[in-house]
Design a protein around this ligand. Structure first.
Ligand SMILES: [Zn+2]
Ligand SMILES: [Zn+2]
Length: 346
């Protein structure tokens, strides 16, 4: 009986990790879509919670990768909390991870200098070399009173010396088109982070269907080395509110993989197609071709993990058609949306 009970509990804990984890996207071929939040604070800088809460939040949000990026300069509780070891937050977090759970933690730190140059995160910190460094909240209104992200001379110099590699296009609740332009013009990795200080669920209200910003990293496999390489190679896109932001080459295979279109056949000369969305992001499509639809306008909304039936007037009975859509909530450059093309057998 005792054995049985133990087995029962082992089973429950296994089920917990595998079945309650959210799958954000189907993986395109030979790619692992890694979910990450790489800008997080705890009481070891100016956050309001102990690192264990961050681990629990990351598990609840099905994240694959996080980093505690406490800043070295600004410590809110230095009169109450003696911080002698700057790796403490990372070490406490790391010790809480179970042996085979999917969540990975990498060491990180926020370097908070006055503007210019402003705040930077360094992650995968091991020694003086090799860290992945990104510029935080370049649109922060405390530093830029017009909210416009732009380089100062020092940023150009840092960039020439390859001292930073990414830029936050999304920070907490904000999205910066100017930061996206800087990323694209200067081959910087597009980043989106929560920069969380309070509780995730209070800052991003789940009842209002909000979620923390997530940087998805397109990695060859799930090893830390592969994920780090992917970050250096700019293989990311960001989920913020109901939009995805990323370079076309990164985001196009993911959206294509997650939007499946199949035919349900003809009635008279009108064919019905089923558009399925396998992802957590609702997609808003604008049809770009010449056909007209029997029920819908050219704007089609495909709910997250849902589907939409569309009846197309093809005028004659065809065996296949080509359709192109602009994906209105997928941004590949300022004022530019992703276009996807599909061949559909009818
Ligand atoms: Zn900061
Ligand atoms: Zn911060």
């Amino acid at each position: 009986m005792k054995k049985l009970i133990i087995l029962f509990f082992i089973n429950i804990s296994l089920v917990n990790y595998s079945q309650t984890r959210k799958l954000f996207f189907l993986n395109p071929p030979d790619t692992h879509v890694i979910s990450s939040d790489l800008h997080i604070h705890t009481v070891f800088s100016d956050g309001e919670v102990w690192p264990s809460i961050r681990i629990k939040e990351a598990r609840r949000d099905s994240l694959d990768l996080i980093s505690m990026t406490e800043h070295l300069e600004y410590l809110s509780y230095k009169n109450d909390l003696k911080i002698t070891d700057r790796n403490r937050s990372y070490n406490i977090s790391k010790a809480l991870l179970k042996k085979d759970e999917p969540l990975i933690i990498v060491n990180g730190s926020e370097i908070t200098k006055p503007m210019p140059p402003g705040h930077f995160n360094a992650i995968f910190v091991k020694n003086k070399q090799g860290a992945f460094v990104f510029w935080n909240h370049p649109n922060w209104i405390e530093n830029r009173d017009d909210g416009i992200a732009k380089f100062d001379e020092i940023h150009q110099r840092l960039l020439e010396k390859k001292l930073f590699h990414g830029i936050e296009v999304v920070n907490e609740h904000t999205y910066s088109e100017e930061a996206l332009a800087l990323a694209l013009d200067n081959n910087l990795t597009i980043m989106g982070t929560s920069d969380i200080h309070g509780l995730i669920d209070w800052t991003f209200d789940k009842e209002k269907k909000q979620h923390r910003p997530i940087t998805f990293i397109l990695s060859k496999n799930r090893t830390i080395k592969s994920i780090r390489d992917a970050l250096f190679n700019q293989k990311t896109f960001v989920w913020h509110r109901d939009i995805l932001i990323g370079k076309e080459e990164n985001i196009s295979p993911v959206v294509s993989e997650n939007l499946k279109i199949t035919s349900l056949g003809y009635y008279k000369k009108i064919v019905t197609i089923k558009i399925q969305n396998k992802s957590v992001v609702p997609f808003k499509l604008r049809y770009l071709g010449d056909y007209t639809f029997h029920k819908n306008s050219s704007i089609l909304e495909i709910p997250a993990r849902g589907e939409l039936l569309v009846t197309i007037k093809t005028k004659e009975i065809l065996t296949s058609i080509k359709m192109s859509f602009e994906v209105l909530n997928v941004i590949t450059a300022p004022k530019k949306n992703l276009v996807i093309k599909k061949n559909i057998n009818l």
